[in-house]
Design a protein around this ligand. Structure first.
Ligand code: CA
Length: 194
């Protein structure tokens, strides 16, 4: 057994495996904690963010915070970059503004999820209803991909009105930061030497 591990080839293999494991552990520690989502690819509507503004989606979180909202944006007809941003409102699209993400770039010819990260973590009341509003902030018209009613805890919104027939493709949650390292205080250090 020892001879096996001492052979150069196996040792290299073990080192590679160790490096890969370390990388995987790093990714896992930084993993997102997704709370609410509708990630079906069954797209039945793709309203333009300007033509159908204001566009948004209701959701009911189970977590006490949100760091990001991802939406599925299509920019298929443009050779230009656009930018979108998300606002988070309480209960309705015109409700109290809790946070915003600023501008997030949508690359040209993009067709896929776009992550909008709030400038700081937004505290939520689990079980209450919230609405995220998606706005186009720069560039040419992009569209937001929507599905049939597949998310039971909220409705799709366009022209400022909720529609029960649709839901946005979306994902929201928090960025896991891992377990914080314990901080030594002067009293805990003193206690070690008593
Ligand atoms: Ca729904």
């Amino acid at each position: 057994m020892i001879g096996h591990w001492c052979s150069g080839r196996s040792l290299r293999g073990a080192l590679v495996a160790a490096v890969l494991f370390a990388a995987a552990a790093t990714v896992a520690a930084a993993a997102d904690l997704v709370d609410q989502e509708n990630v079906s690819g069954d797209f039945v509507a793709d309203p333009g963010l300007n033509a159908f503004a204001p566009v948004g989606q209701e959701f009911v979180p189970s977590l006490q915070a949100v760091d990001f909202v991802e939406v599925f944006i299509s920019n298929p007809y443009s050779s230009l970059t656009s930018a979108v941003g998300v606002e988070l409102h309480v209960d309705t699209i015109g409700g109290t503004l809790l946070g915003s993400t600023g501008a997030t770039e949508v690359p040209r010819s993009h067709h896929g999820p776009i992550r909008c990260s709030f400038t700081e973590t937004v505290q939520l009341d689990p079980g209450a209803r919230y609405v995220f509003l998606i706005q186009e902030l720069a560039g040419v018209e992009v569209t937001l991909m929507a599905t049939p009613d597949l998310y039971p805890q909220g409705r799709f919104i366009f022209w400022g009105e909720p529609y029960t027939e649709f839901d946005a493709w979306f994902r929201e949650g928090v960025v896991a930061t891992g377990t914080p390292a314990p901080t030594a205080t002067w009293s805990t250090v003193k206690n070690l030497y008593r």
